[in-house]
Design a binder for this molecule. Structure first.
Ligand SMILES: Nc1ncnc2c1ncn2[C@@H]1O[C@H](COP(=O)(O)OP(=O)(O)O)[C@@H](O)[C@H]1O
Length: 183
């Protein structure tokens, strides 16, 4: 974690369909500091940061080195929300908070069906949610204090989660400011 940052880098992660982009958009609006929302999946497509497109799974195989090079200056500077379905690629030094969103699997199934994903992709994502794959990944990649697991099933969850992260940002800023004054 960089002591030079004046705004945090926040990762919002979780199985596809849990509500990452919805949360990231609202958080970018409500945050007390400017936060740039980066939908990493969209960035991969826009900047051709992939090796190939898999038709069967309707997904891109990411070129991890290219993606890391693209994100390095942005994420290490702070003031950013990284929205992606995986998080272990991001170096610890970039990351101040990792929000892992969770959703009941039957609700998640309905959300993914509306995206017209192939059945096997819906099944794979649903199983990953049940098995807590992204949560385990976050817990094994970052120190426990940085990782928070939040439910994302209804609008009340969305609002309370975003308020909670806004409060966390205020506390982070207060800590950061007092650190810089002392040094
Ligand atoms: N907490 C929530 N309350 C109500 N609807 C939600 C919530 N989280 C996600 N959704 C809905 O689920 C769908 C998928 O959300 P999205 O943010 O695109 O997920 P992700 O970015 O994780 O793939 C959207 O239609 C969104 O409106």
């Amino acid at each position: 974690m960089s002591s030079k940052r004046t705004s945090p880098t926040i990762v919002i992660t979780g199985t596809p369909g849990v509500g990452k982009s919805t949360h990231a958009q609202l958080l970018a609006q409500e945050a007390p500091v400017p936060l740039k929302h980066i939908n990493v999946g969209d960035l991969v497509k826009e900047k051709n940061l992939y090796e190939r497109y898999d038709e069967d799974w309707q997904s891109y195989e990411v070129d991890e080195d290219k993606l890391l090079d693209e994100l390095e200056p942005i994420a290490s500077a702070g003031g950013v929300i990284l929205d992606w379905h995986t998080c272990e690629l991001f170096p610890e030094r970039w990351v101040d908070l990792v929000v892992v969103l969770r959703c009941d699997h039957s609700k998640l199934w309905e959300r993914l069906e509306t995206r017209n994903y192939p059945l096997k992709k819906i099944q794979e994502n649903n199983e990953a949610e049940i098995m807590e794959v992204v949560l385990e990944e976050a817990r094994s990649s970052y120190v426990p204090e940085v990782v928070v697991e939040l439910r994302s099933e209804g609008t009340e969850d969305l609002e309370s989660n975003v308020s909670r992260v806004v409060e966390w940002i205020k506390a982070w800023q207060a800590d950061h400011t007092s650190d810089s004054e002392e040094s």
